[in-house]
Design a protein around this ligand. Sequence first.
Ligand SMILES: Cc1ncc(COP(=O)(O)O)c(C=O)c1O
Length: 503
Amino acid sequence: MDIHITLHGRRDLTGQIYAQLRAGIIEGRLAANARLPSTRDLAVQLGVSRKTALDVFERLIAEGFLRTRAGDGTFVADGLARLPSVRPEPVSARARATGIWRRMPERMTMPMPPAHETLDCDFKGGATDKTLFPYDAWRRCLNQALRMQARTGGGMASYRDPGGEQELRLGIARYLAFSRAVVCNWQDVLVTQGAQQALDLLARVVIQPGDVVAVEEPGYPPARALFAALGARIAQVPVDGEGIIVKKLPRNTRLVYVTPSHQFPLGMPMSLDRRVGLLEWAAKRGAVIVEDDYDGEFRFEGRPVESLKSLDRAGLVAYVGTFSKTLFPDLRLGYVVPPATLSEPLRNAKQVCDWHSCMLTQTALGAFMLNGEYAKHLRRMHKWYAERRAVLIARLTGDLAPWFEPLPATAGIHLVARLAAPWREDDVVAAARGVGRDLRHSRVLCRPADAARRAARLWRHERRGDRARHDAARGAHAEAARLALDRRLPCRTKGFAAGFFFK
Ligand SMILES: Cc1ncc(COP(=O)(O)O)c(C=O)c1O
């Protein structure tokens, strides 16, 4: 191992080397049990005598910072990791993030799962059931991709096409034409790092700081956060049972972000009438529509509704898809089929941002799609999720009906239930967590002002009653929630999230 030590002049060489090695150990840059070079090598590396190196090691060994193992070498001692750093990080007011990143409210980003937490039933969104993934088939595709990687480029490793690997783009184009009625060529598909990067690239090429971007309210916080981070003025447009309310869109909207197959988070599909209305509105105003079809592959009732992309006659719809819900989110693969006019700018934006997505996983996924494994996996998952969904809905509309009211959703792998009893959402989420079930909190899904208003209204109701009765009622509600969630909601519903909203 080479150790970076800087010597200033030739005075007190032992002291200089000793101080730097000691600081490296205390600050954790030299990890516990790391092997040090021999005194001979260290002396050569630093251009000092062997005796100087020996003196330094002896002193550090005597102080317990280093230890020797006969015939094996010298190592950093164990148990020093807990020592506090002696050198505080320098802080400069000038190395500051810009305002938007300093002010980014917590609700804008999705909560990360606490480390090492084991929940026996996880209802929160953003997760798929990995235990049902066909790892053997995936391994074969990865091996095939590795062999292909070794063969390409005549032995030279090089950058790849920013648009993505051809096999994967072909697999996606065929899948979209067959399953989602989105007809495109493989060249029209741009592979991204999940849907989130597709939104990022689209926003980069379409909007300028100060432009108005309309999002659904309630809606998908990471999309809203992204557009805001790029300097857009966010217009939160309410949704009703048919989707975004088109007549509430600001006239000067440059980009509209919608989730028409399965409104996030409420779950209803956008009605055909509303789809046509949105397309007509966008054509009149020249606004770009971003259609996020994040989990529409899982449709459980009714006939498929046409995607906005397939109805688009004005060339204004960018169709965004992801493998986060059908495979798993940590794969970080998604795609966009943009209007033709945006193809080249998007490809350039992708290249500027990260050149291209990982070739290995792209090639493996391309093979997985083209050899029929993806379709097989989707069929299997559809069956599983349909069963779990049926169990969850049966309980929510059956013995849990006094407490919860599920909102109608025909597609997707989560559903939302309103609280039918006058509970505080915090109590329910906490009670659920207490018995190992994680529920998505509505606070992350709607504007804090809305959540605060609802909470304030509830508090006013509660304050009117006498305090003791109110406390007893709250305790009873929390207990009821605990019992309901403990005994009655089956663990097999993993993969579905139930968000809760105030009445
Ligand atoms: C509305 C919506 N869009 C997209 C995604 C997936 O994003 P990504 O592909 O970046 O993982 C999710 C995941 O929960 C989502 O809820």
